[in-house]
Write a protein that binds this ligand. Structure first.
Ligand code: HEM
Length: 527
């Protein structure tokens, strides 16, 4: 029998040996059952054998039956890669977070890219929010920045989440995607973020070519306990570029984004993003004439400064999609000392949703899965569904204790006060109007945006359509007018296409066609 040599592989060593991860892998060699028993050649075919006594058959089929875990409730389709972050600028004045301090310091990381509405196996080219979830494995724990390609979000109140997601996901009866506009007209706060996706930003030319934003205003603390308020921006070093509707229709590759990323990294063409932050002081945020914590709007030019932090580089493809991507659990509440984080109400909601959904999707021990595992962790959490790894061995499972269990530390730098913000429920269309008139920087871009908008409205029923057009006029009379005209043109075109299709079908009926049944017995086959 061949020698079974075992190799211990540990990619990121924890600081402490007690919880050291061991990934025991066999070199390519003997095929075994999951119990480790080597597979005998006569067990690999089972016809005319005693199948119930074939442990290989039982082991493989019953494991296969349970291969799937629930797909993510949103952002189900995606891919990922590994890389590192390198600090290029001294930002100690703003934060004492270890990973951002020390020019040249490198921190390993993992990124998962995703498209938000599609199910697993869906189309990368869907015009929708795209995700870039970054997990930095820092010495002070994991820092997760969950970003979208739009610098604004749909709403401020987390109570809208369930409804907004249902409105863009599948209809309970038909199983087809709902048309979101019926919901948008009742909750027009979404219009701003929606407009970003209807513009060129909605379908970038692959994940490598998009900027990405955690959106929320993050509180940062420096070593003197002073706070600053920042919006992080990941700026693509590949240059932003987009795919138009016509190009997307031609590409016809549902995995276009995943393929592009894998091929680029595989060929050594490592994608990179520059991380910078827009900064306001604690004084600034109280004096600006808008709400800087409002995730549905941009900060106004002239009210902040932009500071570079470093670069994110992806230089390693994942080895195993399920282990490294599907089991990824990114949680915006995973923060580190020096980054107390956002203070708005949407974020408060998000603090609990992610853990909850990941407990359901992966299990309560999801942070013990390789891709999620911090460099160091000692907790009083115990047991639950596997993986439990060493389960903290024989360490005490309650605190305080007399048996050298893990203890908390004192952070003298932590800010003494926590900022409380109150937010408005009002719908403000000014940022949307600004988007239409200024963020869309050229007439050509505005025209592409209108065409995408009109295309999304074509299936909408008349009562809803009237409300949409009213909303467009409220945002900007020029927008309302162009959408109304665009729809008339689109309807006329569709009517002409339908007439042509009917004529073609009629002509086909008149032709003599032979209909043959699919043979189900050999005698039916004539040749
Ligand atoms: C009320 C607001 C929000 C709720 C309730 C929410 C909830 C969720 C949930 C349940 C998931 C699936 C997580 C999983 O199964 O692992 C998810 C994924 C994600 N969310 Fe949110 N989300 C919200 C807002 C946002 C915002 C504001 C951003 C970004 C600025 C964002 C970015 C993402 C990204 C990038 C993912 C994909 C993570 C991955 O790749 O696994 N979400 N969100």
């Amino acid at each position: 029998m061949a020698v079974l040599s075992l190799i211990a592989i540990s990619s990121r060593q924890p600081l402490d040996g007690q919880e050291r991860r061991r990934y025991i892998e066999l070199p390519i060699g003997l095929w075994t059952k999951s119990s480790g028993e080597p597979t005998e050649i006569r067990d690999i075919l089972t016809v005319n054998t005693d199948q119930f006594n074939n442990q290989l058959l039982l082991d493989s089929l019953t494991t296969f039956d349970a291969e799937r875990i629930p797909e993510r409730v949103v952002h189900a389709k995606g891919t990922g890669a590994f890389g590192y972050f390198i600090v290029t600028n001294d930002v100690s004045k703003y934060t004492y977070a270890d990973l951002f301090n020390g020019i040249g310091k490198k921190t390993p990381l993992n990124v998962r890219f995703s498209t938000s509405v599609q199910n697993l196996g869906g189309n990368d080219l869907g015009r929708e929010l795209k995700g870039m979830a970054v997990k930095f494995y820092t010495k002070q724990g994991n820092l997760d920045l969950l970003c979208l390609q739009t610098p604004v979000y749909l709403y401020r109140d987390p109570v809208l989440f369930q409804h907004q997601v249902h409105a863009v996901k599948r209809n309970p009866q038909t199983g087809l995607f709902n048309n979101r506009w019926d919901f948008v007209v009742y909750r027009p706060i979404q219009t701003h973020a929606l407009f970003w996706t209807l513009a060129d930003y909605g379908v970038p030319d692959g994940y490598r070519k998009m900027d990405s934003f955690p959106i929320h205003t993050y509180e940062l603390a420096n070593k003197h306990g002073e706070t600053h308020y920042v919006r992080f921006n990941f700026r693509t070093e590949q240059g932003f570029s987009a795919i138009t509707r016509a190009q997307a229709a031609q590409i016809q590759d549902p995995d276009y984004f995943n393929r592009d990323l894998f091929n680029a990294i595989g060929s050594g063409n490592y994608p990179a993003w520059r991380l910078e932050m827009d900064v306001m002081t604690a004084h600034d945020i109280q004096t600006v004439d808008y709400d800087p914590f409002d995730v549905t709007r941009l900060w106004k030019n002239g009210t902040f400064t932009t500071v570079e932090i470093g670069r994110l580089i992806l230089n390693k493809n994942v080895e195993n999609q399920f282990r490294d991507v599907e089991l990824g659990a990114y949680n915006p509440a995973n923060l580190v000392p020096g980054i107390p984080g956002p203070v708005d109400f949407l974020f408060r909601g998000r603090r609990s949703f992610y853990r909850d959904t990941q407990n359901y999707r992966i299990g309560t021990n999801h942070n013990k899965v390789l891709v999620n595992m911090p460099l160091y962790a000692k907790t009083y959490n115990r047991d639950g569904k596997p993986p439990v790894l060493l389960n903290m061995r024989n360490a005490p499972n309650y605190y305080p204790n007399s048996y050298s269990g893990p203890i908390p530390y004192v952070d003298e730098k932590r800010p003494k006060k926590k900022l409380q913000v109150l937010e408005s429920n009002a719908v403000d269309l000014q940022p949307v109007s600004y988007f239409y008139n200024h963020v869309l920087e050229s007439e050509a871009h505005r025209q592409r945006f209108i065409e995408n908008l009109v295309a999304s409205l074509e299936p909408v029923t008349p009562p809803t359509l009237q409300k949409v057009i009213k909303l467009m006029y409220l945002i900007d009379p020029d927008l309302g007018r162009r959408v109304a005209i665009g729809l008339e043109v689109a309807y006329a075109q569709r009517a002409a296409e339908q007439a042509a299709a009917q004529a073609a079908a009629q002509a086909a009926r008149l032709r003599n066609t032979t209909i043959r049944n699919v043979p189900t017995a050999e005698s039916d086959c004539k040749n």
